[in-house]
Design a protein around this ligand. Structure first.
Ligand code: XMP
Length: 516
C-alpha cells in the first residue's frame, strides 16, 4: 500500500481517498508508527500529511531521518514537507508571514510532481513556518510570497515535498500533483479498482468463514446491503440475512430490500414484520430520547429473536452459525484507533449487546473502504441503484421525523409527503447534490388554511434539505425556487392532512439535521 502518515489534522483521510481516486491502494498510519512499523507493511510509497504543529513546537511529531534512507518514495505535504526538510538538513523558520487559503505560487521548475504545470498556479495553503533552504541535493520547484521554498524534490532519491495541500479541491491542480508523485515519482500502477476489491474480499471472506454459517442484519442502507452482497458472493447460501420491518421506513424502501435486493443478489432473506410491535411500543410517547430508546430496544429484541431462530434451525441440521456481518467502513476504523476487532465499532453501528448465548465473530468486508468505494463495489455486484445511491437515513427512521407521538395515521401522512419531495428532487437531478432531505411532520401543530371553498385546519411539514461532507456539520441547501414550489404545491394538493409546507434554513450547528 501507499502509507499516509497522519500528523493529527483532518487531512490524512482526504489524502488516502485522493490516492485511491488515483486507483492506488492507500492506508493511514499514525505518526507514532516507527520506521520499522512502516517498512513492515512493505509500503510502495509514503505520504507525510499536514498537521497542526510547528516543527519547533515542544512535542511536535517527529520524522525519523531513517525513513528517507529506506529507498521508499516519499511525498511530504505541509507539515510533512517541513518535517522532511528539517530531517534532511534544510532550514525551516517562522517568517511571521502566514499563508492561509488560496495562494498563488510561482513554479520555477516542473520537476516530477509539477510537470506540465503553468508558471503560476493557485494552491491551498495553511501554514505559519516556512522552508527557507532546501536540503542539499534537492531542487526547488516553486516559491511563493511566504514560502521561499514551496516545493522541492530529489528525483534520484525519490523524495518530494509541497508546502500546500494538493488533496483539497481548492488546489485545482492538486490531484495531478498527487498522481505525478504516484505514477512517475513512485512508479506505481493504477490498479486499485472495484473488481480487484471484490476478488480480494471474496477470498478473505472464504478464508475466514470456511463452511460455517453467517447472518447479517439488513437495514436497507448501502453499507449493510453491499456487505451482504459481498458475503453472498463469497459463501452463497451459507449466509442468511434478516430484515426487520419496523414500519418506520419510507415508501418503497421495504420493497427495495424484500424484492429488488433479493432478486439482484440471490440472498436468503428472513423478513420480520414487526410493524405492530413498534407501534404498540411507541404509543403514548413524545419525548425524542425516549422514542429513540424504545426503537433501539425493540430493534435489538426483534433481531435477537430472529437470530436465535436461525441459529436453532441451523443446529437441527448439525450446523453452526458463527459469524455476523457488519458494514463497518474505513473512516470508523481510523477514527477509533485503527485496531482490529469488535471493540472499535461505533455503538450505533453495532447490533447491540447480543446476549451470551448469541456470540458471533464479526465479518467486516468493508473495513478497508471509503463510502464512495462501497458504492462502486455495490454497483459492480449488481446491488440496485436505489440502494447504492440511497442518501443517509437514520436507523430510527420516520419515528424521529414525526414530532410528537408516532401513530399509523401520522406515518401514512408523512410517507405520502416524503415520497413527493423525493420524487421531485430526483426529477430535478438533485439527488447526488444534496446530502439528504428529511421531511418532518409537525404532528401536534395545526394551522388554518384555505383550499377550494373551505377553511382547512391541517398540519405543516418541514423540508430540511442539507449539504454536508460528513454530517458532522451541514448547511441548508439552496434549492431552486421552482423545485420548492412544485414540492409545496404537490404536497398540499395530494396530502389532504397537510396544508402548509415550510423550509428549514438552519445550518448545523446550531440545528441538527434531524429534528429529534
Ligand atoms: P443529526 O440529526 O445528529 O444527524 O445532525 C446526523 C446524521 O446522522 C443520521 N442519524 C442517524 N443515523 N442512527 C443512524 O444510523 C441514528 O439514530 C441517527 N440519528 C441521526 C442523520 O440522518 C444524519 O445523516
Amino acid at each position: 500500500p501507499v502509507l499516509v502518515v497522519d500528523f493529527g489534522a483532518q487531512y490524512a483521510q482526504l489524502i488516502a481517498r485522493r490516492v485511491r481516486e488515483a486507483s492506488v491502494y492507500s492506508e493511514i498510519v499514525p505518526h507514532t508508527a516507527t520506521v520499522a512499523d512502516m517498512l513492515a507493511k512493505d509500503p510502495a510509497a509514503i505520504i507525510l500529511s499536514g498537521g497542526p504543529s510547528s516543527v519547533y513546537a515542544e512535542g511536535a511529531p517527529f520524522v525519523d531521518p531513517a525513513l528517507f534512507e529506506a529507498g521508499v518514495p516519499v511525498l511530504g505535504i505541509c507539515y510533512g514537507f517541513q518535517a522532511m526538510a528539517k530531517a534532511l538538513g534544510g532550514t525551516v523558520a517562522q517568517t511571521g508571514n502566514r499563508e492561509y487559503g488560496g495562494t498563488p505560487v510561482d513554479v520555477v521548475a516542473g520537476g516530477t510532481v509539477l510537470a506540465g504545470s503553468p508558471e503560476q498556479q493557485t494552491v491551498w495553503m495553511s501554514h505559519g513556518d516556512s522552508v527557507h533552504e532546501a536540503p542539499q541535493g534537492f531542487d526547488v520547484l516553486a516559491t511563493s510570497a511566504g514560502s521561499p521554498v514551496a516545493a522541492f524534490e530529489n528525483r534520484e532519491r525519490r523524495l518530494f515535498g509541497v508546502q500546500w495541500h494538493p488533496e483539497v479541491k481548492h488546489s485545482p491542480l492538486g490531484q495531478r500533483t498527487l498522481e505525478h508523485f504516484l505514477y512517475e515519482g513512485a512508479g506505481l500502477a493504477a490498479d486499485w479498482n472495484p473488481g480487484n476489491v471484490i476478488a480480494d474480499q471474496v477470498a478473505r471472506i472464504r478464508a475466514q468463514v470456511g463452511d460455517a454459517r453467517v447472518i447479517c442484519g439488513l437495514s436497507g442502507g448501502v453499507d449493510s446491503s453491499v456487505a451482504a452482497a459481498l458475503v453472498q458472493k463469497a459463501v452463497g447460501d451459507q449466509l442468511t440475512c434478516v430484515f426487520v420491518d419496523h414500519g418506520l421506513l419510507r415508501t418503497g424502501e421495504a420493497e427495495q430490500v424484500e424484492q429488488d435486493f433479493v432478486a439482484s443478489t440471490g440472498v436468503n432473506l428472513v423478513v420480520v414484520d414487526a410493524r405492530e410491535q413498534f407501534l404498540t411500543a411507541l404509543a403514548g410517547h413524545t419525548d425524542p430520547e425516549t422514542k429513540r430508546k424504545i426503537i433501539g430496544r425493540e430493534f435489538i429484541r426483534v433481531f435477537e429473536d430472529a437470530a436465535r431462530g436461525i441459529v436453532e434451525a441451523a443446529g437441527e441440521h448439525g450446523e453452526e452459525v458463527k459469524f455476523l456481518v457488519q458494514g463497518t467502513l474505513y473512516p470508523d476504523v481510523v477514527e477509533s484507533g485503527g485496531g482490529e476487532g469488535a471493540a472499535n465499532i461505533k455503538s450505533h453501528h453495532n447490533v447491540g449487546g447480543l446476549p451470551d448465548d448469541l456470540q458471533f465473530e464479526l465479518v467486516e468486508p468493508l473495513r478497508a473502504l471509503f463510502k464512495d468505494e462501497v458504492r462502486a463495489v455495490g454497483l459492480e455486484l449488481g446491488v440496485p441503484e436505489a440502494i447504492v445511491w440511497r442518501q443517509p437515513f437514520p436507523g430510527p427512521g420516520l419515528g424521529i421525523r414525526i414530532i410528537g407521538e408516532v401513530t399509523q395515521e401520522r406515518l401514512d401522512v408523512l410517507r405520502a409527503a416524503d415520497v413527493i419531495a423525493r420524487e421531485e428532487l430526483t426529477r430535478a437531478g438533485l439527488d447526488r447534490e444534496i446530502w439528504q432531505c428529511p421531511v418532518v411532520l409537525l404532528a401536534d401543530v395545526r394551522s388554518v388554511g384555505v383550499q377550494g371553498d373551505g377553511r382547512t385546519y391541517g398540519h405543516p411539514v418541514v423540508l430540511r434539505p442539507v449539504s454536508s461532507e460528513d454530517a458532522m456539520t451541514a448547511d441548508w441547501t439552496r434549492l431552486p425556487y421552482d423545485v420548492l414550489a412544485t414540492i409545496s404545491t404537490r404536497i398540499t394538493n395530494e396530502v389532504p392532512e397537510v396544508n402548509r409546507v415550510v423550509l428549514d434554513v438552519t445550518s448545523k450547528p446550531p440545528g441538527t439535521i434531524e429534528w429529534e
